[in-house]
Design a protein around this ligand. Structure first.
Ligand SMILES: Cc1cc2nc3c(=O)[nH]c(=O)nc-3n(C[C@H](O)[C@H](O)[C@H](O)COP(=O)(O)OP(=O)(O)OC[C@H]3O[C@@H](n4cnc5c(N)ncnc54)[C@H](O)[C@@H]3O)c2cc1C
Length: 481
């Protein structure tokens, strides 16, 4: 066991489950006095945030690899399980004392619950004469840095992106390498923490390892493969769910086996260092990375979104419906609208859904069924392997016309038109709805009665009209056009 006056550093890993380009880990290892890593599973966070069993299993599989990879660098990984977030400060301090760690390093997380948790931990360490250091790895530009001329946060994405590009291109974008190997005499932590099996004992897990192998090697392999070719076609293929036109890196970015800086770096390399010219595919993909940063910034600048509130307060009074039967039909992919059902079944089967489809099903739930977007947000979190509060909340509030730079309430996607446009031959629909396998491509978007497949549960035109009328009645609602 380490001496009490040791200068080791405790690194608290959360959604940054990688060795490379991990600022907290990298800087702790540079100090050269020994590093102990810790991962804390909080039961209450899992319940409150409806974390998907597929995502939890993905984390579990990452931890297996991480423990082995860290051990090769003489960095032990201690696993702790707590009931409530309130237990974390004490547990971390006890571990720090026991292992002779004078400082705690971690990478920031931005939703309110996480900020509160981290403030409590930092305060506890300060009170007990230990240091802490917070780094930024979840975003390319940290919240607070992208401001307009008045020093205010942006609410409109295009203006945010313009400023973001000005700032980001001035920065070195070379990711950190591996953390330095630590002196091996410091590598033992005895019986601290719990074994991996106990960490997840009694917690519902869903194994999707065949689709989503874990680990940073896999994440980097996928990134390299995408940046080596498909990225250049991204602009043309990104909206076609039947094609492998997007990177499918979101699960790896969500648990942090990949950093957004590594993504940006690979994209820039593929485009000979150019940010907003050259390959259309690359510049469009960089825009998506900026959207990702944008929503992380929104959670900090507009914390009401973390409290189940709409960003645009005038939409607070919108009469959302609550109908468990309708909600369940949507959840199960039994709405009778093929593109919606195929998308919802893709989510159930693979833990992931194509971006175009996320928008279609979210609009359908909020604008045609008029069910509260928070129900959809929660269901997504409970199923997505890439569940990320900021991106998910941003996507839902965009679709519900309650958020930043949201879809105007009168511009409602028609799922049938979307289907005809983005899945023209019905290839994606047939993959997930075998009942419709024999329906012609012309009819598949709005099929005639087929045995075993439901009729549409809602009249698309009438429900659209009704929703627009209700939005128009809201006080402070922006006028059409
Ligand atoms: C209702 C709704 C809910 C969503 N929930 C999530 C979520 O929980 N987690 C999540 O990571 N993304 C979410 N998104 C955003 C987007 O759908 C996914 O990031 C994307 O489909 C992931 O696939 P990909 O990795 O192939 O993306 P690519 O198209 O290859 O994009 C690269 C990366 O950019 C980021 N990105 C892309 N689009 C967006 C976006 N609109 N907003 C924020 N980041 C983006 C992702 O990290 C993605 O991996 C949601 C979108 C909507 C409309």
């Amino acid at each position: 066991m380490a001496a009490a006056d040791s200068q080791r550093i405790l690194v608290w890993l959360r959604n940054d489950l990688r060795l490379r380009d991990n600022p907290a880990l990298y800087h702790a290892a540079e100090a050269g006095q020994g590093v102990v890593a810790v991962y804390v599973l909080c039961e209450n966070f899992i319940e409150r945030h409806s974390t998907a069993p597929a995502r939890l299993d993905f984390v579990r599989r990452h931890l297996v690899q991480l423990q082995a990879d860290l051990a090769e660098r003489n960095i032990p990984l201690v696993l702790l399980r707590v009931r409530r977030a309130d237990d974390i400060p004490h547990q971390l301090l006890t571990l720090a004392r026991r292992e002779g760690c004078h400082s705690l390093y971690f990478n920031a997380e931005y939703p309110l619950d996480e900020l509160d948790r981290d403030r409590d931990v930092a305060e506890h360490f300060r009170r007990h004469d230990r240091h802490y250091k917070r780094f930024h790895d979840r975003v390319i530009l940290p919240p607070g840095q992208v401001r307009n001329g008045q020093g205010e946060p942006y609410q409109v994405f295009t203006a945010f992106k313009r400023r973001w590009l000005q700032l980001a291109r001035e920065l070195p974008m070379v990711p950190h390498g591996l953390p330095a190997v630590q002196p091996d005499t410091l590598g033992q932590v005895g019986d601290a923490g719990v074994p991996l099996e106990a960490l997840f004992q009694g917690i519902h897990l869903k194994d999707l390892s065949a689709l989503w192998p874990a680990g940073e090697e896999e994440a980097l392999r996928r990134l390299a493969e995408f940046a080596d070719g498909p990225i250049h076609d991204y602009k043309n293929r990104r909206d076609l769910p039947a094609e492998a036109g997007t990177s499918t890196l979101s699960p790896y970015l969500a648990v942090g086996s990949l950093s957004p800086r590594q993504c940006l770096n690979a994209a820039l390399t593929a485009n000979e260092g150019r940010w907003d010219e050259g390959s259309d595919g690359v510049t469009t993909w960089i825009s998506e990375l900026v959207w990702r940063d944008f929503y992380q910034h929104v959670t900090v600048d507009f914390p009401q979104v973390c409290k189940n509130r709409p960003l645009q307060s005038h939409t607070d009074g919108f009469p959302w419906r609550s109908d468990e039967d309708d909600l369940n039909r949507w959840r199960r992919g039994e709405t009778g609208i093929p593109i919606v059902d195929a998308a919802m079944r893709q989510l159930l089967e693979t833990g992931w859904m194509h971006n175009r489809l996320r928008m279609i099903v979210a609009m359908f739930l909020t604008k045609n069924l008029r069910i509260d977007w928070r129900q959809g947000e929660r269901w997504f979190m409970s199923q997505l392997i890439d569940g990320d509060f900021a991106a998910n909340n941003g996507g839902w509030q965009w679709s519900a016309s309650t958020g930043t730079d949201a879809a105007p309430y009168f511009r409602i996607f028609n799922p049938v038109t979307q289907s005809e446009r983005f899945d023209p031959d019905g290839r994606f629909i047939r993959k997930y709805i075998p009942e419709l396998a024999k329906v012609s491509s012309r009819q598949i978007h709005q099929p005639p009665p087929v045995s075993g497949y439901p009729a549409p549960m809602v009249d698309l035109k009438a429900s659209r009209k009704e929703t627009i009328a209700l939005f128009q009645q809201l006080n402070g609602s922006p006028s059409k056009g």
